[in-house]
Write a protein that binds this ligand. Structure first.
Ligand code: MOS
Length: 752
């Protein structure tokens, strides 16, 4: 199916099943511990051996010698994989580091060996007997110090529109501040884990992966096995946030270990290895310059972002959304990348927007204060319904990268497909009781608690990619859907089932959803908040084909036949859907592909985040009291799973605001707090009442479902709303995340 004109009315619009708050169809399996995750799939490899990954003890330099003789003689050891015996492995895809280091070392805890043994304990014990001699080289580990070497990157060209410098210099009211965001770890619940099994020259991995096509492509390139000889299965994935966007060391080493041992091998990364061995969200230093007239209208918007990465790695695109969010004639948008020898930076939930908004949306709060304007009203005043000073380049179609990449030359007007930022802000202000906010910091108090409210806008791109699916109707009237879409806890199973149910006129319990197998038609996967819109559109296309096949078998005119209540209806004729499969199951497969609607329209999701905090006037302890998100993100396919996505994003945003930080060892170049005891994320007790409101919205330029994703919108803007609330409570402006109490304490004492 080709989708190249905006969607008209179609069966999805009935909303018999779609748009309803169905609990996750696989929820019972997960809550009873019976959903089989990759590492636990004992049935596919009952004789699997265990692999234990050894990480490099230096961040840069070389392995001079690696002595595995003692380890090899250790009880139960079957094989040891190192760069000496594994044959060449290569970096591939969006990871710049090799999956198996040696002799050159790219980063701390880069894998240098896999020990395979009969038991996990034997593998771990033997791993401690490997003797490595390193030659340590000096590296660059401090972002601020690497600034002078930073360069532009082709992924995000510089944007200069109008005359930013002069407009900013002449502006009546200005903000010019620098904001910093730290390195962050994905810290998903399920570690990176893989079982690998060879059947002759055919490799199958059961592996925690978000995007099977990327994982297969990259695994193929990394170990030199043709992609058509690799099958990847990821039935359930316990979180990813971008950290499972491609085949990492667990998958690569499980495959190599299984080949070396002549047995299936399972590898799970121990938690303390994850933050340095895998990828993370890179730290940023961002300068924001906002210039406005005394009426509050922005005349100059400058956003410069610096991040670092390994040589060959990509920048954090933290400035891009500032090209889209507010009006203003004169604009400067620069992204710079420095080379650092820290572990590899890559995509993490709302790559770009999440850290970018952490800077921009504090700056807007600072501007509102200087203007003596309400921060909600300032944002509304600067709304725009077209891309400001559109530059003639369409959005990036890479969902792992961030919001659009717009170049310098001006051309035609480019409208947003939908944009309800103002509505989100207005409704949020009303529902949150924004009018109770006192614009004077420190003015509201509840006992020892200083009370403040904060707001921030939210924006995140709405990418959609080609996707296929296969659907089969059987004689019992059950429909089975197969795509290689994954579900990392997001609700993919459920919304895909709802899509098929709506299209075929069946209740949800008549649909069987099979996901996460590279043998199924390609539907991209979970990433870039593209998954929901992308995968359901593929299922729609396949169901259109199945409806035609059913109608033909039953002798109906396919265009006019209705599929409803388990029947096919036309005029006075009604036939049970299952009758179409009396002569054998019916299977249909199709793929949806896109024309240039994403070039004609800027497709984004919008929202507004509101937060109330209390800050203890004596101790500086910060407590969230209330949070509200209002989101406009196309048709909400399932308000229950979508809400869970948004409250998850809000929770992660709270972590970004208040606690999450990978601490860099500036001498040795590693993240020091590389476990869950010392890398702090929010727990239940940190999170207050969270409310989520979805605006009614259909975006017919997206797909026949008129839907977008919400998972990354949910985090974008949360942290600055919290930062702004802390300022409103205390008058203390912290521009260096996370906002921990030690940063507030000395400034609080005089107030108290
Ligand atoms: Mo997302 S960071 O693209 O999984």
């Amino acid at each position: 199916m080709k989708f190249d004109t905006p969607a008209g009315t179609n069966p999805i619009d009935q909303e018999m099943v779609i748009g309803k708050p169905h609990p996750r169809i696989e929820g019972r399996l997960k809550t009873t511990g019976t959903a089989v995750y990759s590492y636990e799939n004992h049935a596919v490899a009952p004789n699997a051996a265990y692999g234990y990954v050894v990480g490099a003890g230096i961040s840069k330099g070389r392995v001079v010698t690696i002595d595995i003789s003692e380890a090899k003689a250790s009880t139960g050891v079957l094989a040891i994989v190192t760069a000496d015996n594994a044959g060449p492995t290569k970096a591939s895809g969006f990871y710049a580091a090799k999956p198996l280091g040696g002799p050159e070392i790219d980063h701390y805890h880069q894998a240098i060996a896999l020990v395979v043994a009969e038991t996990f304990e034997q593998a771990r014990a033997a791993a401690s007997l490997i003797r490595v001699k390193y030659e340590r080289a000096n590296g660059a580990f401090v972002l601020a110090a690497a600034r002078a070497e930073a360069k532009p990157h082709k992924q995000q060209p510089d944007v200069r529109i109008g005359d930013f410098e002069n407009a900013f210099a002449a502006a009546a009211v200005k903000v010019d501040q620098t904001y910093t965001t730290p390195d962050q770890s994905h810290m998903m619940m399920e570690p990176h884990a893989t079982i690998a099994r060879w059947d002759g020259d055919m490799l199958t991995i059961w592996s925690a992966q978000q995007i099977l096509s990327y994982a297969r492509r990259d695994l193929s390139a990394k170990i030199g096995v043709p992609a058509d000889k690799i099958r990847i299965v990821a039935t359930y994935v316990g979180g990813g946030f971008g950290g499972k966007g491609s085949a990492g060391s667990d998958a690569v080493l499980a495959a190599l270990g299984a080949r070396a041992a002549g047995r299936p091998v399972k590898v799970a990364l121990p938690r303390p290895l994850m933050p340095n061995n895998t990828s993370h969200r890179p730290a940023t230093i961002q300068r924001i310059r906002l210039g406005a007239g005394s009426d509050g209208r922005l005349v100059a918007i400058g956003h410069e972002s610096l991040s670092g990465n390994l040589s060959g790695g990509r920048p954090e695109i933290a400035a891009a959304q500032s090209q889209l969010l507010y009006a203003g004639a004169n604009r400067l948008n620069l992204t710079r990348l420095a080379t650092l020898d820290l572990p590899e930076g890559s995509a993490m939930r709302a790559p770009g927007e999440a850290p970018g908004m952490m800077a921009l949306e504090i700056a807007m709060d600072e501007l509102a204060e200087k203007l003596a304007m309400d921060p909600v009203e300032l944002r509304i005043l600067n709304d725009t319904q077209v891309v400001p000073s559109y530059s003639g380049r369409e959005s990036s179609t890479d969902p792992q990268s961030a919001t659009g990449s717009h170049g310098p030359q001006k051309t035609a007007v480019r409208p947003f497909s939908t944009r309800q930022l103002v509505q989100c802000l207005r409704l949020g202000a009303e529902k949150f009781g924004w009018k109770e906010r006192d614009s004077r910091p420190g003015a509201r108090r509840d006992g020892n608690w200083l009370i403040g409210m904060g707001v921030a806008s939210a924006i995140r791109g709405a990418p959609i990619l080609p996707a296929g699916a296969r659907v089969t109707l059987d004689g019992k009237g059950m429909v089975t859907v197969e795509t290689n879409m994954t579900d990392m806890g997001t609700g993919s199973y459920t919304i895909i089932g709802q899509t098929a149910a709506e299209m075929m006129g069946l209740p949800l319990d008549r649909i069987v959803v099979k996901l996460g197998d590279s043998r199924f038609p390609d539907a991209f996967g979970g990433g870039g908040q593209a998954g929901a819109a992308t995968a359901t559109a593929g299922v729609y296309a396949a169901c259109v084909k199945l409806r035609e096949a059913v109608a033909t078998r039953l002798g109906f005119n396919s265009v006019d036949a209705e599929f409803v209540g388990g029947e096919v209806r036309f005029g006075n004729r009604r036939v049970a859907l299952a009758r179409a499969a009396d002569a054998g199951s019916l299977t249909a497969e199709d793929k949806i592909e896109y024309g240039d609607l994403s070039k004609q329209y800027e497709q984004q999701t919008f929202g507004a985040h509101f937060c109330e905090v209390g800050v203890d006037a004596w101790t500086g302890e910060i407590r969230l009291r209330r949070m509200l998100a209002v989101c406009a993100a196309g048709r909400i396919l399932n308000p229950l799973t979508a809400r869970s996505q948004v409250i998850g994003g809000m929770t992660m945003g709270a972590g970004a605001a208040l606690m999450e930080e990978l601490v860099v060892d500036k001498t040795f170049g590693l993240f020091v707090n590389h476990d869950m005891a010392s890398y702090e994320v929010p727990v239940h007790a940190d999170i207050p009442d969270q409310e989520v409101i979805f605006l009614n919205e259909l975006d017919p330029t997206m797909s026949p479902l008129k839907a977008k994703g919400v998972g990354e919108l949910g985090i974008s803007g949360v942290a600055p709303a919290i930062a702004n609330a802390i300022y409103n409570a205390t008058g203390i402006r912290i521009r260096d995340y996370p906002i921990t109490l030690d940063k507030c304490l000395d400034k609080l004492q005089p107030m108290a």
